[in-house]
Design a protein around this ligand. Structure first.
Ligand SMILES: C[S@@+](CC[C@H](N)C(=O)[O-])C[C@H]1O[C@@H](n2cnc3c(N)ncnc32)[C@H](O)[C@@H]1O
Length: 294
């Protein structure tokens, strides 16, 4: 079959389910992954023929896309901060908004907004999932010692693989942050993108997220949507050095409430930032001397 005919089949079958641009992007990702072809191939070779044998994985992928499976699961990887990350059903697929949070942290460290007083900068990522935050911080701040915590052993396996793929060292911690009081380490930075989607927001979500991404990574109850933020803020008060910084990715609808939580815990220089879509998406606070001296 001609490659362009395969593309036409993709559009015929998937346009009713996804945006046209999204279908294009699936198609180009899949021809790169399965056939080693780049996205400009059709402009250069409009009559390129694909053998029956090579067509097969493309049509198998098409069937999986029709069942709402994320394309990242089909090819087993995604990109984050210009690095490649293995993903599977046990981890959240890293989102572009989370890159903005990582860039904020890297920018503050590079701008020497703060430095470790002695020894390497110590960073903890809570709810690490694929390890995307921890690993990109380790890559961009090579002098830091980075710890990555998750309750899911399966997620930590993926984070371990991603650390190897990206040639960085991180310390993995298997623990439930809702139960954890202290780690006997004082950190310069604690960062977390915890579960924050309320059950009531489920109807805004696409099927490929709802049916294929881990609910453990996504959902909190309507009654207590800030549960993780409360626990992590309490943990940070005990486990951040004085002057240490707490960074969160946040639920866009709960910016004010999450900000108030940090204020109530006497964090200072609290700042909420919007993501590229204009939604409240990340928050930073500094633990100051007068609150809970370590
Ligand atoms: C929203 S995902 C974030 C994953 C990754 N950090 C990212 O930004 O793409 C939340 C993560 O928190 C983990 N998690 C859920 N409950 C937890 C708990 N009680 N203790 C520690 N981690 C937890 C999930 O396994 C999941 O990996």
């Amino acid at each position: 079959m001609l490659l362009r005919e395969i593309k036409n089949v993709f559009h015929a079958e998937l346009d009713p389910l996804y945006d046209k641009e999204e279908v294009d992007s699936f198609f180009y990702l899949l021809i790169e992954y399965f056939l080693g072809l780049d996205r400009f191939v059709l402009a250069i070779q409009p009559h390129l023929i694909i053998s029956k044998e090579n067509e097969e994985p493309m049509f198998e992928a098409l069937s999986r896309l029709k069942l709402n499976e994320p394309v990242q699961h089909i090819i087993g990887k995604t990109h984050f901060m210009d690095m490649e990350f293995v993903v599977n059903k046990n981890v959240l697929i890293p989102r572009p908004e989370t890159e903005e949070l990582v860039r904020w942290i890297v920018g503050e460290v590079a701008g020497q907004a703060f430095q470790a007083k002695s020894g390497p900068l110590k960073i903890l990522d809570i709810g690490t999932g694929s390890g995307c935050i921890a690993i990109s911080l380790a890559k961009h701040i090579p002098e830091a010692e980075v710890f990555a915590l998750d309750v899911s052993e399966e997620a930590l396996q993926v984070a371990k693989e991603n650390a190897m793929v990206n040639k960085v060292e991180i310390e993995l911690v298997n623990s439930d942050v809702l139960e954890l009081e202290s780690l006997d380490i004082h950190f310069d930075i604690i960062v977390s993108n915890p579960p924050y989607v309320r059950e009531l927001e489920k109807n805004e979500m696409q099927k490929n997220v709802l049916e294929h991404e881990p609910h453990l990574a996504l959902f909190v109850t309507n009654e207590n949507p800030l549960l993780f933020y409360e626990r992590i803020t309490g943990f940070a008060l005990k486990n951040l050095k004085i002057g240490g910084r707490l960074f969160f990715e946040i639920n866009q609808y709960l910016g004010k409430e999450t900000e108030r939580l940090l204020r109530d815990h006497n964090f200072s220089e609290i700042e909420v930032r919007k993501d590229m879509f204009g939604n409240d998406r990340m928050l930073r606070g500094i633990k100051v001397h007068k609150t809970t001296a370590l």
